[in-house]
Design a protein around this ligand. Structure first.
Ligand SMILES: CC(=O)N[C@H]1[C@@H](OP(=O)(O)OP(=O)(O)OC[C@H]2O[C@@H](n3ccc(=O)[nH]c3=O)[C@H](O)[C@@H]2O)O[C@H](CO)[C@@H](O)[C@@H]1O[C@H](C)C(=O)N[C@@H](C)C(=O)N[C@H](CCC(=O)O)C(=O)O
Ligand SMILES: Nc1ncnc2c1ncn2[C@@H]1O[C@H](COP(=O)(O)OP(=O)(O)OP(=O)(O)O)[C@@H](O)[C@H]1O
Ligand SMILES: N[C@H](CCC[C@H](N)C(=O)O)C(=O)O
Ligand SMILES: [Mg+2]
Length: 494
């Protein structure tokens, strides 16, 4: 990382052709230190230009903004130098890349409503099995050959480039990162050079932010339209209804396509799956050549994620045969169809991160072929998030489970009872057996108690999370731990 850099070294031009030396970068006026460049970005709540005066008072020497920002700032910019850009978020992302210096040699990114963390983890596991020093970066932080906590799935460009440059210094050569729709829309990863980019699927989420399905899809497509260059490889799950549209966008950019899935046109094509209690065997073909592999992973959709991950590794230069040989070593991602506990009567408890209608449906349907008895589902929806998905999640649960318990999942600043009521509306509309248990620990206990021999419980929504967010507080809570505790309590009573 540079101690200081000039505007010219960062590729920034001022209207008067002035240059000056900067001591740092910030997007938040409260983080500005003397000599910083302050990026006054158009926000979803307010334009950052409203804070230019505060940033200059704290010593900002240069301000990067757009025409609207310059208008808002007026003469409050004082002696600081104004740098204008039509797309200041993109310019800022590129500035961050230059400031923090090179990232690991090979970076791939994956987008999609569901499956990003799983694909990123599988790609990292494949690389590590092949002897590379690799990490995945996203919802679960940075994991693998080097670890680092993160607050966002796709961090802001300052954090992202600081962390990537540090990973390189730690000897990391390969990174698989998640590209969230917020991150893509806000150009957070526009300064990253990608070898390959992947698409898993497109269903409902985050409409609170994007407003329409079209805007949500277009945000995701920025990965192929803008971030991945022409010589990058696009790995596209063609089984998704939007897969063909994604492939068309990538082809128009001249990107090489690796299609995955059951579709006839897939270069990495899934031919057959056979499920058992601990995982599945898959038959697939690579450019027509048939292969077979054992996956110790629960859920048919995990095979789809594994193929996208394999495609990304091949797209980034690995030998396909070597990649396929690593498949039996892949382990489930924390909190994704994770076997958390087993009762004395043989019933299993799985913890999964399903927090969208499609994920709830996919996860429950995927569990079915692994289970001989009934399936009980625990479901809840997050507060301060897309409200329209709540009844749809309830309906998805009741359509695909034999019994449903509705509970709380991070109510945040909303009234938990009204979130549960919205989920219950969906359950009742679809018809089916349901009970409401607000306290999540008790819901899990009751779910485990309901299990007979051969039954399974799927605890949806929190996956790897270790807290329940109520108001602005986070209370320690871990579904995997609660599942074990519940089994222990019930077995000791038996
Ligand atoms: C909705 C959203 O993504 N907001 C992000 C966005 O904020 P914003 O631009 O809308 O902020 P704003 O409040 O309108 O303020 C505008 C500008 O003024 C600046 N400001 C504000 C106040 C002040 O005193 N001084 C100041 O300079 C802000 O830094 C900002 O640049 O830009 C900020 C700075 O980069 C981010 O911190 C912030 O992420 C918030 C914290 C967030 O929670 N984001 C979540 C929703 C998110 O990004 N999630 C995704 C997806 C997860 C998933 O897949 O489910 C993720 O990648 O994690
Ligand atoms: N390919 C898939 N198709 C449908 N559902 C999936 C798929 N992969 C995972 N899921 C479901 O989505 C949940 C979340 O998976 P994962 O964490 O990999 O997704 P993500 O895209 O990273 O989510 P987030 O946007 O919250 O970061 C899983 O627990 C599972 O229920
Ligand atoms: N990245 C997602 C995770 C949701 C997890 C779920 N437990 C919830 O709180 O809704 C979000 O912040 O919308
Ligand atoms: Mg994720």
């Amino acid at each position: 990382m540079a101690d200081t850099m000039t505007l010219a070294e960062l590729g920034l031009m001022t209207p008067a052709g002035r240059d000056l030396r900067l001591t740092g970068l910030s997007v938040d006026s409260r983080a500005v230190e003397p000599g910083h460049l302050f990026a006054a970005l158009p926000g979803s709540v307010i334009h950052g230009a409203a804070f230019i005066e505060a940033a200059v008072l704290r010593g900002a020497k240069a301000v990067l903004t757009d025409a609207e920002g310059a208008r808002i700032a007026g003469d409050r910019i004082g002696d600081a130098v104004l740098v204008m850009s039509d797309d200041p978020r993109q310019t800022f992302a590129r500035v961050c890349a230059l400031w923090f210096g090179p990232h690991p040699e090979t970076v791939v990114a994956v987008t999609g409503t569901n499956g990003k963390t799983s694909v990123a983890s599988f790609a990292r596991q494949i690389w590590m099995a092949l002897g590379h020093k690799a990490v995945n970066l996203g919802t679960v932080g940075v994991e693998g050959a080097w670890s680092y906590p993160l607050r966002h799935t796709t961090p802001d460009p300052i954090t992202l480039h600081r962390v990537l440059a540090q990973a390189r210094r730690e000897g990391v050569t390969h990174v698989a990162m998640e590209a969230s729709s917020h991150g893509l829309d806000q150009r957070r990863l526009d300064g990253v050079w990608l070898a390959a980019a992947g698409f898993t699927n497109f269903t409902q989420d985050h409409l609170d932010y994007h407003k329409t399905f079209e805007a949500y899809f277009e945000a995701k497509m920025r990965l192929f339209r803008s971030v991945l260059t022409e010589d990058g490889v696009a790995v596209v799950n063609l089984d998704d209804p939007k897969g063909a549209a994604v492939a068309t966008i990538a082809t128009a950019r001249g990107q090489e396509i690796i299609g995955t899935g059951q579709s006839g046109g897939a270069r990495l094509r899934l031919l057959a799956q056979r499920f058992d209690a601990t995982g599945q065997d898959i038959r697939f073909s690579w450019q027509g050549e048939v292969q077979q592999a054992r996956l110790d992973l629960i859920g048919g959709f995990q095979a789809s994620n594994v193929l996208v991950a394999a495609g990304l590794c091949i797209g980034a230069g690995e030998d396909p045969e070597a990649v396929f040989r690593t498949m039996p070593e892949l382990r489930t991602v924390r909190g994704r169809m994770q076997l958390a506990a087993r009762r004395g009567n043989g019933a299993s408890v799985f913890v999964d991160f399903a927090h969208t209608p499609d994920a709830v449906e996919t996860a429950l349907r995927a569990l079915r072929p692994h289970v001989m008895g009934r399936i009980v589902a625990i479901v809840g929806a997050g507060g301060d998030r897309d409200r329209t998905k709540r009844p749809l999640m309830g309906a998805a649960a009741v359509r695909n489970a034999d019994q449903v318990i509705v509970t709380d999942d991070n109510p945040r600043t909303e009234d938990p009872a009204s979130i549960r009521a919205a989920v219950l509306d969906g359950v009742r509309e679809a018809g089916g057996e349901v009970c409401e248990v607000g306290d999540r620990a008790e819901a899990i206990l009751r779910g485990v108690d309901a299990l007979g021999p051969g039954d399974a419980l799927l605890v949806c929504g929190k996956g790897h999370e270790t807290g329940q967010i109520v108001g602005n507080d986070i209370y320690p809570f871990d579904d995997v731990e609660q599942a074990s505790v519940s089994v222990a309590v019930l077995e000791s009573r038996a």
